[in-house]
Write a protein that binds this ligand. Sequence first.
Ligand SMILES: [Zn+2]
Length: 451
Amino acid sequence: MAGADSGRDWLIRGGTLIPIDGPVRPGDLLIRQGRIAALLSPGSPAAEVPVLDASGCLVLPGLVQAHVHLCQTLFRGRADDLPLLRWLRERVWPYEAALDETSLRAAARLGAAELLLSGTTTILDMGTVHGQDALADAIAQTGLRATLGKAMMDRGEGVPRRLRETTRESLAESDALCRRWHGAAEGRIRYAYAPRFILSCSDALLRGVAERVADGDDRGPRAHTHAAEQRDEVALVRARMGTDNIHGLRRLGIAGPRTVLAHCVHTDARQRRTLARDGTHVVHCPSSNLKLGSGVAPIAELLALGASVALGADGAPCNNNLDGFLELRLAALLQKARRGAATLPAARALELATLGGARALGLEQEIGTLAVGKLADVIVVEPRVLHATPQADPVEMLVYALRGSDVRDVLVDGRLLVRGRTLTPLTGLDVEALRAEAEQQAQRVRQRAGL
Ligand SMILES: [Zn+2]
């Protein structure tokens, strides 16, 4: 069975297994041809596969971030201390309008490297309006698992001309991209139609997206947009639609189990009941919501209603990191500040960061837990660090004490992409080269944008 599948068989030996949907226990993880073949008792007889020694380490599914923008990574630190609509109109949209294929590839590589090194193995990405093939290709080449799609914008105040499309162009280009990328890279890449938010999309565009997503099942493309992020935006949506984001989108067909909404910060009890009843996925982006001054999303209330919730770092200009461990910790802490210290306990928060993300992407049969038959998207975390000493409960350490930089090894599809905190040649990524490329490309984009 060597050949095409070589490099995708592993025995991760001697660690503490954290399956997410079952008890934490010491054990070995056997991976064959990129899938989890067995969860074994410690000291099981050696299989004839390469061994990854995980003695003293924590072994768990890779984090799934269900809302990021890798196209924005070169704009880290260049849009600070602004509220959402000014942040978009004065900085982020002019920046996106100045991206070309070379800078998009640099942004994607930088973002993917940061994500992999900090233990994120799957993302839902919103691209920009143009250059999506270059962005998707660059992401695919790193080995990261991604559901992705170009941003769609056919109206809106303050949108640069280069980012403004006609409704027909936007849908046609998205359809062509969906045909090219949905299921590409051995199934690692999937497509999500991504109307940016109500204020930059016509009703016709949103209806067109709803029609394209409605016919599918979990194997089909998703709809991915922003909703109810900030008060100004909510007021403008109400002025245009006569209702709130959640019910406005729903009226146009953007709702249900194939729809993913980032933020949902400003949602009342009625909107939350609608989200839960429809099975629409909510992505909580706590750092972004704090930094843009948006507020704190009512995640405890959504979870109490049985709503589907995932986590995401959003983009580098509004975070300014893509480390899923920061989002995990912050998500848990913020709900405690709102509702008391017992709210969103560690195990539940970790579930949102893994299985919750997998559900949002329709991939819960394939990733998000350590279960036999699932794809081997696995991370090995080193807890023997000063900031987690003395050692305590593994799940609580992961949520409250450990950091993305404590991730030692990362596998996606059974391929070892990070080993000993270093990107392997399978990623095509090198940290020093990436830094140089990103600095150079970021400067060129800023010059073109006049920023
Ligand atoms: Zn976003």
